[in-house]
Design a protein around this ligand. Structure first.
Ligand code: 3PG
Length: 326
């Protein structure tokens, strides 16, 4: 039983400062064992997760000493923020620390789609030397549509500019005069305009009530014929059967997906399509990003436990009488 409970596999080196002052327990598979998780939560003052642990109202209620939840990443869709706030539990996270890695994988996948790298690699390793079967397309002079111009979308835009791409962006939460929009070189447009004009569309949206299912059959039909689609954000913003249909019909030229509606997915049609590149939700998995993410979250967890303000809070917890229980 521990004061600081970690219920998923994280990079443990940056935990050292927290370990020096608190009893820390890391159980990489705990998120899969509901009964044991609930038991461990009875003593936890801090609970550190990434995206596989479902931080529900029920589990928060089962943790009477809990003061802070640390989310080692940017997405908050696995955390019941309202329940945490109501229970007086702070939620700290790392909204910026893995953005460069996500942007770099986005560019890697965009280039891999344009030049059909996975198929070419597989064929060459299988003994074929078929130079004419793999003629690709250049990205230079093409248009990239970025849906969601937050930190990651911005970094993708900057990198795509260096390839000589034109950038369109759609984001109702920003405006053309915002410094990030100006520096991104993106032209802000309505979603339908972006879909109709982009040679490749990259999604960088969180999963919310207004984004779930956004890329449905109707929207996929508005893409420029043969366009490429990339999703390194959240799987449930895409209607997978509709995407499969758009890829099979040739409406879309290819897709790269790092995230899926259900993770891990049950292998099916997407896994069989040759114009699709699949990766297992690893955009943030670089040594640098993992170090930064865990360091930032541990620093904020320690701050909250010491009664100091955190740098990156995701909620405004209600005042609570819980510490008296300790
Ligand atoms: C995020 O939300 O930051 C990314 O999806 C990565 O999350 P993970 O590191 O918890 O898998």
């Amino acid at each position: 039983m521990a004061e600081v409970l970690v219920s998923e596999a994280i990079d443990e080196e940056p935990l050292a400062p927290l370990r020096a002052t608190h009893q820390v327990l890391v159980v990489p598979d705990l998120w899969q064992d509901a009964a044991e998780l609930r038991r461990q939560l009875t003593t936890a003052r801090a609970w550190i997760v990434r995206n596989q642990t479902r931080v529900t109202a029920e589990l928060i209620a089962a943790a009477p000493r809990l003061e802070v939840i640390g989310r080692c990443g940017a997405g908050l869709d696995n955390i019941d923020l309202a329940a945490a706030s109501e229970a007086g539990v702070a939620v700290v996270y790392a909204p910026l620390q893995n953005a460069v890695s996500v942007a770099e994988l986005t560019l890697a996948l965009l280039l891999a789609l344009a030049r059909r790298l996975p198929a070419m690699d597989a064929a060459t390793k299988a003994g074929r030397w078929d130079r004419h079967a793999f003629t690709g397309v250049e990205l230079y002079g093409k248009t990239l549509g970025i849906v969601g111009l937050g930190r990651i979308g911005f970094l993708v835009a900057r990198r795509a500019q260096a390839l000589g791409m034109r950038i369109l962006a759609h984001d109702p939460h920003t405006n053309p005069h915002h410094p990030m929009v100006l520096e991104s070189g993106a032209e802000l447009v309505e979603l339908d305009v972006l879909l109709g004009r982009s040679d490749a569309v990259s999604c960088h949206l969180p999963s919310t009530d207004s984004t779930r299912g956004l890329f449905n059959a109707d929207r996929l039909a508005r893409f420029k014929p043969g366009a490429l689609f990339l999703n390194l954000a959240r799987g449930d913003v895409v209607d997978e059967p509709a995407l499969i249909e758009a890829l099979r019909s040739g409406r879309l030229g290819g897709a790269a997906l790092d995230v899926r509606a259900v993770e891990p997915p049950v292998p099916g049609e997407l896994e069989r399509l040759t114009n699709v590149i699949l990766t297992p939700h690893v955009a943030a998995f670089t040594h640098e990003a993992q170090q930064r993410v865990v360091q930032a979250v541990c620093r904020d967890v320690a701050a909250v436990l010491a009664g100091r303000p955190a740098h990156q809070m995701a909620n405004r917890p209600a005042a609570r009488p819980r510490r008296a229980l300790g």
